[in-house]
Ligand binder design. Structure first.
Ligand code: MN
Length: 352
């Protein structure tokens, strides 16, 4: 990643990649022979950002039923900014969902560690000092809301806060999560690999990777930069002696990274489809090998799900959306219109 923005801290990563166990599908296949109603679906949900009512509306619309074998996956940024991050995490835990870590989930974890240290809990000091990949930092005791420095409870402005790494909203979200909710977030991998059964055709191919922000084409999953995975939005092509390579950027750019990813896959023998979020400005993105699911529910637009249906003879997918059901949060605007890209202008033009 080039230095288009100073890097924010990464909370210790417990797992870079996890595989989704598709043996559950084999179990379901056995079930389906005895029941016409057995379903085999992966429901992958875009950035929720604490918009719990919208999430519940979406789950109702897809008739989510984990007892029937539906499997829920989040593309990250389940938390922060919106009204009920704790409620969203509780729902995810209750429904046994899988998820990847988003940049906001990461920030909330880091803020929670900073709050804990500010409250005298030194078990989190190492988590704050390590740039990445410190395993199993124990989390501090709940609740932290009562320990919030003056001003972060919303009563009065912060006069002199020792908390400097994040904005007030992030500390507030961090203080609202329980130990078990933070532990669930902290365990999430940065990438989820989902290999679909090869014995039937699939509209999405058979190799799926779920990440929050993006991947750099031509780089193995194990070699992807953790920071990029949760922050990147675009790519810069670098020409060199050995052909072109890419650097990822946090800035939006005229074209998202996924367009380059799609072109790259066309040249690959084994192709991977990436399911991601993070890019609310571009909203729903339907590429040949990339599906972007952040349709800006936080800002009052839609919450989206990619529904993958696995039948006996084929695998196919559909997009299901609901309108935002929570109070939206106004997006931050770039004041300097000269710095706005075409995507920025389109975004500001369409916001409510
Ligand atoms: Mn994000």
């Amino acid at each position: 990643m080039t230095a288009d923005k100073p890097r924010k801290p990464i909370y210790p990563i417990q797992s870079l990649i996890s595989d989704i166990d598709t043996t559950c599908l084999r179990r379901q296949s056995t079930l389906s022979r005895t029941s016409d109603t057995a379903r085999h679906r992966f429901i992958i949900v875009g950035d929720v950002h604490g918009m719990r009512r919208s999430l519940q509306k979406l789950l109702a619309k897809v008739e989510f039923d984990n007892i029937q074998g539906d499997y829920l996956i989040f593309v990250g940024d389940m938390t922060n900014k919106g009204p009920d991050s704790a409620g969203v995490v509780d729902l995810a835990i209750q429904l046994e969902a899988s998820a990847v870590r988003g940049n906001h989930d990461n920030a909330v974890l880091d803020a929670a560690a900073e709050l804990a240290v500010a409250c005298g809990d030194h078990s989190q000091v190492a988590a704050l000092k390590t740039p990445s990949a410190l395993p199993d930092a124990p989390l501090s005791e709940e609740p932290m809301e009562s320990h919030l420095p003056k001003g972060l409870d919303g009563a009065e402005p912060v006069s002199k806060s020792p908390l400097t790494r994040h904005g007030e909203t992030t500390y507030r979200t961090a203080s609202q999560l329980s130990v078990s909710q933070r532990e669930w977030l902290a365990k999430l991998p940065l990438m989820l690999r989902l290999n679909l059964p090869l014995d039937r055709p699939s509209t999405l191919g058979h190799n799926l990777v779920i990440v929050h922000a993006g991947l750099v084409p031509g780089v193995a999953l194990e070699k992807q930069d953790p920071y990029n995975i949760i922050h990147m939005r675009s790519l810069k092509r670098m020409e060199g002696d050995e052909g072109s390579r890419f650097e990822s950027l946090e800035e939006f750019g005229e074209e998202g990274w996924a367009a380059e990813w799609d072109r790259w896959q066309e040249r690959c023998e084994t192709r991977s489809t990436v399911i991601f979020g993070h890019d609310a400005k571009r909203r729903l993105q339907l590429g040949n090998y990339s599906i972007g699911l952040d349709s800006a529910c936080l800002y009052g637009f839609q919450l989206s799900a990619l529904v993958i249906i696995i039948s006996e003879s084929e695998i196919y997918h559909e997009i299901v959306q609901v309108d935002c059901e929570d109070t939206p949060v106004p997006p931050k605007m770039k004041e300097d219109t000269d710095k706005q890209t075409a995507t920025d202008k389109q975004w500001y033009g369409t916001k409510r």
